[in-house]
Design a protein around this ligand. Structure first.
Ligand SMILES: *[C@@H]1O[C@H](CO)[C@@H](O)[C@H](O)[C@H]1NC(C)=O
Ligand SMILES: *[C@@H]1O[C@H](CO)[C@@H](O)[C@H](O)[C@H]1NC(C)=O
Ligand SMILES: *[C@@H]1O[C@H](CO)[C@@H](O)[C@H](O)[C@H]1NC(C)=O
Ligand SMILES: *[C@@H]1O[C@H](CO)[C@@H](O)[C@H](O)[C@H]1NC(C)=O
Ligand SMILES: *[C@@H]1O[C@H](CO)[C@@H](O)[C@H](O)[C@H]1NC(C)=O
Ligand SMILES: *[C@@H]1O[C@H](CO)[C@@H](O)[C@H](O)[C@H]1NC(C)=O
Length: 598
């Protein structure tokens, strides 16, 4: 065992502690945020407006779970690949009986009995439906109707909440309280196929070109239009066919009413993967997520994700989850509406399943600062539970360089939300798992039509597996550059990259060209599914939490991307450089090499 992992155990989901204001006597402030920029405080909600309140109880042995995670994910550890069962994980994240008891007693004092509670399998989350006037008493707070100026979105939220002092340590987090996040797809601009280079001209461009980073010979058309074949050529996976008989699986998450259309998938397969024609994916609805196959409602994000992830990994068993989005929300409506961020609903759902797909891609994210720290830590703990069960969790790094989630660089708002309103780069959440940035062209460079999300987390410290390569990157930055704009001690992202622009997909019956790190994440997940196939064939366990492997033994399996940058916040952002950089991470995958290294 490597001593370095000791530090890492503390690092994964822990964060710096913020200081809090004082509360009513007998209460202690649990979380407090500054009024978020871009939102205006409105009226009080109707007293009988019902809130679906989620209470997170401390996961008593989470540190033990983290220790397991780093042992089973460390390729040099004797326990590498010895993943835990669902039951064992639940045992480790179960709250301590005293915490269950204290919370139950508190809820009972407001008339909330067992029949009113919904519990997660490990009992680490309790969900209740309560009128806002009761919540205000329970949490010694005041809710208001807040309106997001730009979008008109409304939420019932508070900027601070407290707990009875004796309960303080028995609860980790309660939402919705201080959460003002607005989950967005990391999808970038769509280019219509009237771009002459995209259709006829691209096909007419014959011959091959060479990618200097990988030495791969690829069809000349790949410099303008990315297809399954281009990715197989670029990433050295041509001719590799997974065995359908191996117990392997891949999954794509869908949110915000993004429906994956089966007819579009068939058009795509006819175009790029004819051997997969007439096959499809398992559809799974989460919390009422729907599956509208009306072609006119087919979602670009969902189309891109399923077509490339499943196309690359065919015939691996594939699953698409549709998680209910946030319906039009009426704060005066008496119907309880869940307005929490949906990816924690998805986590709840998959953690309760016995079998979970082994490689999972998500192309959605939030500005880190809009996700309360306590909630971010609990989401991270959920991803850790998937990792320790042998699942590789993969996220896109975002499309806005070092800036916030605002596609127009002129109106990016790179200011802190902490009341001080200082200028700052805006990291994406979540970037604690495996984060994928974007490249384009042959030879590959960092994308420039939009910008690969990258930088350093303000919440999560740098894990030790990144220490060497991130230190090296930082030591080569011009002295004093971007001082106070980012957290040099923070977890650096992305970890890796893959092509992210000019993907040829089928949407609503027609081919279109689309880009974003939204394309990079499913591509990388597809490559991981191929690597899992290779491992499972030789009776080895799947790859699970990837990062400790990628930063050690995996290093030699990446094409280093050394050109391009990720501007944002009125700066040039960071540069892609030799070695790891916060634009393209370690680089793009070489499947053939990785297969032999693992
Ligand atoms: C691919 O396109 C890029 C950008 O248009 C260009 O710089 C590069 O030379 C092209 N690659 C080849 C091998 O022609
Ligand atoms: C797909 O299904 C159609 C309609 O049933 C059939 O005509 C076609 O031969 C099938 N193609 C493949 C590759 O199985
Ligand atoms: C598909 O959706 C469109 C747009 O909402 C609607 O006009 C159309 O009637 C729907 N078609 C079917 C078959 O439901
Ligand atoms: C594929 O996955 C689904 C959903 O997890 C499962 O029900 C099914 O049995 C799997 N099929 C195979 C062939 O493994
Ligand atoms: C934050 O600072 C910026 C730049 O100084 C300014 O434009 C903006 O209005 C400030 N916002 C708030 C909420 O104070
Ligand atoms: C990026 O590279 C350019 C050109 O070499 C250099 O001027 C600039 O300072 C570099 N920026 C960073 C953030 O390293």
């Amino acid at each position: 065992m490597r001593p370095a992992f000791g530090a890492l155990v503390l690092a994964l989901c822990s964060s710096l502690v913020a200081s809090l204001p004082s509360a009513t006597p007998g209460y202690r402030v649990k979380e407090s945020v500054a009024p978020p920029r871009g939102w205006t405080k409105g009226d009080e909600p109707a007293a009988d407006h019902v809130i679906v309140l989620r209470i997170g109880l401390p996961q008593h042995n989470f540190n033990v779970l983290e220790q397991h995670l780093f042992e089973v994910s460390d390729p040099d550890h004797a326990r590498y690949g010895e993943y835990l069962s669902k039951e064992k994980v639940e045992e480790l994240v179960a709250p301590h009986p005293s915490s269950l008891e204290a919370v139950d007693k508190w809820l009972a004092s407001y008339g909330l009995e067992e029949a009113d509670l919904t519990r997660s399998p490990a009992k680490d989350w309790v969900t209740i439906k309560v009128p806002v006037k009761t919540v205000e008493k329970m949490l010694d707070t005041k809710y208001n109707v807040w309106k997001h100026t730009a979008s008109g979105d409304v939420l019932v939220r508070t900027t601070s909440y407290s707990l009875p002092a004796e309960l303080y340590d028995y609860i980790d987090v309660i939402q919705p309280t201080t959460m003002f996040g607005r989950l967005r797809t990391a999808r970038s601009t769509i280019v219509w196929n009237d771009d002459e280079d995209f259709s006829s001209a691209a096909a007419a461009r014959v011959g091959t070109i060479t990618d200097t980073a990988s030495g791969a010979a690829v069809d000349a058309s790949c410099n303008r239009t990315i297809t399954i074949k281009c990715l197989q050529q670029l990433y050295n996976a041509e001719g590799y066919t997974p065995l359908a008989t191996v117990k392997n699986s891949i999954g794509i998450t869908g949110y915000l009413e993004q429906f994956a259309n089966i007819q579009d998938l068939q058009s795509f397969y006819a175009d790029q993967r004819p051997d997969a024609l007439n096959t499809s994916f398992n559809f799974v609805s989460v919390k009422g997520g729907i599956n509208d196959q009306n072609l006119t409602l087919s979602g670009a994000e969902a189309a891109l994700d399923v077509q490339f992830a499943f196309g690359l990994s065919y015939p691996v068993n594939s699953t698409f989850w549709s998680t209910a989005g946030r319906p039009p929300f009426q704060p005066d409506d008496r119907t309880p509406t869940n307005t929490n961020e949906p990816y924690v609903d998805w986590l709840d759902f998959v953690l309760a399943q016995k079998e979970v797909p082994l490689s999972i891609s998500t192309s959605y994210g939030d500005d880190e600062q809009t996700v309360p720290r306590s909630y971010a830590i609990r989401a991270c703990a959920g991803f850790a539970q998937l990792g320790v069960r042998g699942v590789s969790v993969i996220f896109s790094s975002g499309d806005f360089g070092v800036g916030d989630g605002n596609p127009d660089p002129a109106t990016q708002e790179c200011f802190t939300n902490d009341g001080r309103n200082t200028t700052r780069f805006i990291p994406v959440f979540p970037a604690t798992v495996t984060s994928v940035g974007g490249t384009e062209s042959v030879p590959e460079v960092a994308v420039s039509r939009f910008f690969s999300g990258g930088g350093f987390s303000d919440y999560f410290p740098r894990p030790s597996y990144q220490d060497r390569v991130v230190r090296k990157f930082l030591s080569n930055l011009p002295k004093g550059l971007y001082k106070d704009l980012y957290n040099p001690q923070g977890r650096g992202f992305p970890d890796v990259a893959s092509q992210g622009d000019r993907y040829r997909i089928f949407l609503r019956g027609v081919p279109r060209s689309i880009g974003g790190t939204s394309a990079s994440s499913p591509t990388f997940a597809g490559i991981v599914a191929l690597l899992n196939d290779h491992r499972l064939r030789s009776q080895k366990p799947p790859l699970g939490f990837l990062n400790p492997l990628l930063y050690t033994r995996g290093l030699a399996g990446f094409n280093d991307i050394t050109s391009g940058k990720n501007p944002g916040c009125g700066t040039e952002g960071f540069n892609a450089t030799t070695g790891w950089d916060p634009v393209t991470g370690l680089g793009t995958p070489n499947f053939g090499k990785l297969k032999d290294l693992l």
